[in-house]
Each structure stands twice: as C-alpha cells, then as structure tokens.
Design a protein around this ligand. Structure first.
Ligand code: F6P
Length: 533
C-alpha cells in the first residue's frame, strides 16, 4: 500500500518545494471550513502524492469506517465498544442508536443537568459551608484532566466563573500547592474519573476530602463526581444529584465534551460551553460531508501519514502561536500517542510501517529561543504544525499580536527557504570576513531549508473555534488510525506500568523485599529507602 507512495517520495525527495510554492499552489493546498483554514502548501506533497494519499483513504475504507463510528458501531473492537464522543456534541443532529436505543436524549439531559449545576455554582446558589464557591478543584488525570485544563487556559478571556485548579499528579506536591491556595469552606472539588479507580485520582480525592474535613462539617456536600461508575461514586460518599455520568463509549481522551468538561462549563458558563460543542459539531458535519480533497481532518491526517509513514520523520512539533494554547501540545500527546501508539493492527498483526509519531511542542515565540535551533539546523527533519489567530483578545496590544503573527509566518518561511552556503558566504563577506575564516563561519550559518510545515489559522481563539480545532485533531487521529488499521480507542500500553507500580508499593514501604526484582530496580529501591523513602 505504501510502496507506490514511498517510490514517489524517493523520486521527489531532493526537490526544493519552495520552488513549487506559488499563489496557485497556496490556493490549491489550502482547505477551509467555516473561518478556519489549513495551509499545507509548505510541504513536498504535490498533486501526484495527494492523489496517492487519497487512494490510501479509499483502499483502507476510511469513509465506511468513519460512518461506522458516527453510527455507533462497536469500532473499538478490543473492548467491544462504540466510539461516540461525537454524540456528546450532537446538539441538534440525528438520533444515534447503540444497542437498539437512541443515546442522544440522555446525553442532552446530562448536558442540561450540568448546565443547571454550573449555573448554581456560578451564581452562588450552590454554596460551600463558608458561602459562594470561589474555587473549583478538578481532580483527574489523563483525559480527565488534560482536556478541561487545556481548554480553561485556552478560553481564559471567557472565564467569568470561580477560579479553577487542576490536580492530576500523584506527586503530593501537586495537590499540596493547590490546597494551600484554596479556602476549604468555599471550594468545590470535582473528582473526574471515568473508571473511578485510577490510583492517582482516588488518592488525591481522599487527600482533598481529608483536607476539607478539617474545616467543613460535611465535606462530601462540596464534592461532585464525573464518572461512568455510579456505584463507586456513591461508595465515595458523593450524592447522586452531584454525579454526572457518561457511557463507556466515551474514551477518556475524547471526554471533555461531556461531564468531564464540567470545570470548563463552570469557568466559562453553559452558553460558551455550548458554543464550544457547536464548534466540534461543525467539524463533525464537515468531516462527514466534505470530499477528501477539501476535508480538513483527512488532509491533516494525510500530511501526517506522508511525513511519518512515508518520509520516515519520527516526530511532529505542535507550535501554537497562541499562548493560551500552551497546554495543547500536552493534550495532543495523549490524544495522538495514546490513540495511535500501537504496534499491531486490529487483527493483531504487526504493522508493516511505523505507528503514530512522537508529538511534542511549546507555544511560539518561546520555543524559538529554545529548541528551534534543532528544527532549523539539526540533522533530523521535524515537521511542524503552526497555529495562529488573526486577532488576539487584547485589542489595545494589537501591534504586539502583529509581531506574533510575523514571527509565526517567518518560521514556516525560514523552514522552507533555508539559507544556502552562497547566501551565508555573501552575508559574512559583507561583514568583512575572508579566506578560510569566511568559509568556516559561513558553514555554521547555512540552513538546509526544505523543511515542511502546516499552518492552521483562524480569526480568534473563541469557544467555537477551540471546538473546531479539537475535533479537527480528533478526526485526524481517527483517519490516521483507520489507514493504519489499528484500534485508536484502546490503551493497553498503559497497563503494565500500573501493575508493576502496585506490586512495588509494598517494597518501597519496606513491607516486602525486592526478591525477584532486577538488579537495577532493587538497587534503586535500596538507594531511595536509605535516603528516606
Ligand atoms: O491510564 C490511562 C488512562 O486510562 C487514560 O486513558 C485515561 O484518560 C486516564 O487513565 C484516566 O482514567 P480515568 O478517567 O478512568 O481516571
């Protein structure tokens, strides 16, 4: 399947794609839905490559797989589950039938309950022992943390509810610092855990309950739970009217659209939260309807496949020139790497190509003063994904935003153009260098260029746009996984470490010895115990 693509790539690998990048190419290799655009003109993908990539979508039946997902078929085959996070943002679409039942009425009823509770908290009708809620602490990890934490930061200009804090790490430093900054009498703790068994979350939830119990007579009265496990939330002492449930067809890393988004809803209000859902729903509609050459999630996936499985670039950098998207790379690390970091296809056969790439990044311009050196002059090619808004939320500082835009566009231009030895030599010669010193200095100033990037641009980062962006990435992950034939919706790779941690706990506590452990682990246990563990 990939052979033809690889053969084409080998043929065109050395060409300077800058030379193709005229206005016609920019128009042809930019796709748009609503106000959001995806520019992939600064890549080496040409019409032939695009045609072959689209063939890949057809050969692997991506359209049928997409429809199966939206229709609620159990495409998460290793767990026998449907994959229906799209139902959570289906505000006015068709019924979705799972096991003979339309799931949409329950989804909308839960959304209304969330909205009712969020309004009570925001208006001060729901009170802590000490009065109106001033602080909300979301305790969760992975998908029960990264989505709302990312979105609360992204949408800070819309944040008019109580302060929101996020505790995820079992490292006591995380919760200790948050608790220190809150008054238990006016704090609401939200325990966010799909399974309500995750050791980090349950440990932090117990710590928070004990902290609150030192001041508040009925700590459970200031707790809410977001989970699929109603029995376990009850056992923890949280009354059912403050439990917001969802079904197992919502994967953890896809769950911020429903109850797991409660902290976001409390922060920005139900109307803005619905605008976020509408943005996701708009991307769903586009993904289902647009032809592949105009389909943003499909195109973003094909660019990813071209760079990763065809060109062999092992990582991709996500570089938001939008400081409020500072947590987007971390969010995408889970979304993409937990979904597509799989070594066997759905039927258990080894993949013939690499699995999904390593995803990493930081906001620009900060990254420019840190790791961009490697991106520009290192020996490895790192495909980059830039995100940029036309407008910020600080009109009085618009000129500063223009400087941000200039930097973003300059980076993708520099990656593509590079600087030749001749150009570098001319620059250094103009500074007065000559002879061997000129040669030596010039070589350090060469940029190979021909380094690919895509740019996602939008008018401004509002709730609707954030919904579009997140759904765009979700569907990109879906398409990449569907082409590879893997199950993007399980995560068995996280289990072994959990099991070993559980077994090691009594060894660390000195209640069991390290018999049977490898030499390195046993020695590390001994060192840490000798030093106070
Ligand atoms: O260990 C991985 C994982 O299962 C993620 O997939 C999930 O988002 C996270 O842990 C948290 O799980 P839960 O919401 O059940 O606490």
């Amino acid at each position: 399947m990939f052979e033809t693509l690889k053969a084409h790539q080998a043929k065109v690998a050395d060409r300077r794609f800058e030379e193709m990048c005229d206005a016609a190419r920019a128009a042809a290799f930019t796709a748009q839905t609503g106000d959001l655009i995806l520019d992939y003109a600064k890549t080496n993908i040409d019409a032939t490559a695009l045609g072959l990539l689209i063939d890949l979508l057809n050969q692997t039946g991506v359209a049928a797989k997409r429809d199966a997902m939206f229709e609620g078929q159990p495409i998460n085959e290793t767990e026998g589950r449907a994959v229906l996070h799209t139902a959570l943002r289906n505000l006015d679409g068709d019924p979705v039938i799972v096991d003979g039942k339309d799931v949409i009425p329950a989804v909308r009823a839960t959304l209304d309950r969330m909205a009712g509770f969020a309004e009570q908290v925001r208006s001060g009708t729901f009170k802590g022992q000490g009065g109106a809620i001033t602080d909300v602490i979301n305790i969760g990890i992975g998908g029960s943390d990264l989505g709302p934490a990312m979105a609360v930061r992204a949408l800070s200009p819309y944040h008019d509810g109580p302060r929101c804090h996020f505790v995820s790490n079992v490292d006591p430093a995380d919760i200790a610092e948050v608790l220190r900054s809150c008054d238990p009498a006016t704090t609401l703790v939200i325990v966010a855990s799909k399974t309500f068994t995750t050791i980090e979350t349950m440990t932090n939830a117990r710590t928070a309950k004990a902290w609150m119990g030192e001041t508040v007579n009925d700590p459970a009265a200031q707790f809410a739970a977001l989970s699929t496990a109603a029995d376990k939330t009850g056992a923890f002492g949280i009354p059912s009217d403050r439990v917001f449930g969802f079904e197992d067809w919502v994967g953890g890393r896809y769950s911020m659209w429903g109850p797991i988004g409660l902290s976001l809803m409390i922060a920005i209000g139900p109307d803005a939260f619905r605008a976020f859902l509408r943005g996701g729903q708009a991307m769903d509609t586009h993904f289902r309807a647009a032809e592949w050459p105009e389909n943003l999630p499909a195109l973003l996936a094909l660019v990813g496949i071209w760079h990763n499985q065809v060109c062999g670039y092992a990582t991709r950098a996500v570089l938001p020139y939008d400081n409020r998207l500072g947590r987007l790379p971390a969010y995408l690390q889970q979304l993409e790497m937990e979904s597509n970091g799989k070594r066997v296809s759905m039927d258990g056969v080894d993949l013939p190509v690499d699995s999904g790439p390593v995803v990493w990044g930081e906001p620009g311009t900060n990254g420019q003063h840190a790791f961009y050196q490697l991106i520009h002059q290192g020996t490895r090619v790192v495909p980059c994904e830039f995100l940029i808004a036309a407008r910020g939320h600080e009109p009085e500082l618009h000129h500063q935003h223009q400087l941000l835009i200039a930097n973003c566009l300059a980076q993708s231009e520099a990656l593509m153009r590079g600087r030749s030895l001749e150009e570098a030599t001319a620059i250094m010669a103009a500074k007065g260098l000559t002879g061997a010193e000129l040669d030596r200095q010039a070589r350090h100033r060469v940029f190979p260029g021909n380094r690919p990037s895509v740019t996602i641009a939008y008018p401004t980062l509002d709730p609707f746009t954030l919904g579009q962006i997140i759904a765009l990435y979700e569907h990109r992950v879906f398409v990449e996984g569907a082409v590879l034939g893997i199950n993007s919706y399980d995560q068995w790779g996280v289990e072994l470490g959990k099991e070993l941690a559980t077994a090691l706990q009594p060894v660390i506590e000195g209640k069991a010895d390290a018999t049977g452990k490898d030499g390195s682990t046993a020695a590390l246990v001994a060192y840490l115990r000798q030093n106070g563990a």
